[in-house]
Design a protein around this ligand. Structure first.
Ligand SMILES: [Zn+2]
Length: 313
């Protein structure tokens, strides 16, 4: 009896301590046409004007960014410590469907005193936000290159990918991968308030439907239906992480999100470390992205937090 009660308390604690990443409302949407990897258009170019913007320089723990226990990391002698990284956002200008942004860089509020940031002080210090060196905010960038933003894609809902969401007009569509808003982790108890504040209280999220239609999981959605922008389901780093294959006027681009944070991780096909929720699923997703990249000899790869230099390829 006593044991049963103890087990019951553990189950209750388990339920109470797992927490969704956001309490914002979300709806499942059926944008995009499901396609198989074999049917991805093989051309090297497309109609989208693509821009990659450096929002900030930053530092993060290497053990979070790279799985240092991976045999390749051990052989390379990688040690724990701080790794220089960057925060990016990406601009997609489609001649017919307009402007979309991937991830949201930094909001203008981060130019102000820390006390005004929409992030709790514990989270800000845990995330090392004091080390951010801002290059541009979303507001500043959009003032220089104004155009209506039709929608925002979030590769996932970790805070460093949503810091500029409030700089977009209220009501702008915000797309995530399926199950991302409900991604449940103990850690989210501490970040949910900050995530909600950064997304904005009234912002409803649109979860792209990667299941549903034929029962089996879909990996690729041809978002506009013209083979120019493929959204790729890459669960593992988080429950609903997404990546992007873009056919642009400057060639084929692959945005990995945090399925791979670093240049070294991509070039050696090694997953992130402690920042990832499920290493095994992250590895399967990283392998999928590597097989997509292998189809395009001149593809440009954009890991989540570093840029691959031409000499490193
Ligand atoms: Zn990140």
């Amino acid at each position: 009896m006593k044991i049963q009660r103890i087990i019951f308390s553990f189950i209750s604690i388990g339920i109470l301590t797992a927490c969704a990443v956001t309490s914002n409302r979300s709806v499942l949407v059926n944008n995009g046409t499901p396609v198989d990897i074999q049917n991805i258009n093989s051309s090297d170019k497309g109609p989208i004007i693509f821009k990659k913007i450096v929002a900030a320089d930053w530092l993060a723990d290497r053990a979070g960014l790279i799985n240092l226990s991976d045999p390749k990391a051990v052989v390379a002698g990688l040690q724990s410590g701080k790794e220089p990284i960057q925060i990016y956002f990406y601009v997609i200008d489609h001649p017919k469907f307009g402007r979309y942004i991937i991830d949201t860089g930094l909001g203008d509020i981060f130019r102000k005193d820390k006390k005004e940031w929409p992030v709790s002080s514990i989270v800000a210090s845990q995330m090392n936000l004091g080390d951010l060196k801002i290059h541009t905010t979303i507001k500043e960038w959009l003032q220089k290159d104004p155009k209506k933003v039709e929608g925002i894609f979030l590769t996932h809902l970790h805070l460093d990918h949503i810091l500029g969401t409030q700089d977009f007009p209220a009501g702008t569509s915000v797309y995530t991968g399926q199950n991302e808003p409900g991604d449940s982790r103990f850690l989210h108890l501490f970040v949910q308030g900050s995530t909600d504040a950064l997304l904005g209280a009234g912002t409803a999220l649109s979860e792209l439907n990667f299941f549903g239609r034929e029962g089996a999981p879909i990996r690729f959605l041809d978002f506009f239906g013209d083979q120019s922008l493929y959204v790729i389901s890459v669960p593992g780093h988080t429950e609903g992480s997404i990546a992007f294959l873009i056919k642009s006027t400057s060639g084929v681009q692959l945005i990995t999100g945090d399925t791979c944070h670093t240049s070294w991780g991509w070039l050696n096909n090694v997953t992130p470390g402690g920042f990832t929720k499920d290493l095994e699923r992250n590895k399967t997703s990283l392998n999928l992205l590597q097989s997509v990249a292998a189809k395009f000899p001149k593809i440009q790869i954009h890991p989540g937090h570093q840029s691959i230099s031409a000499s490193a390829k």
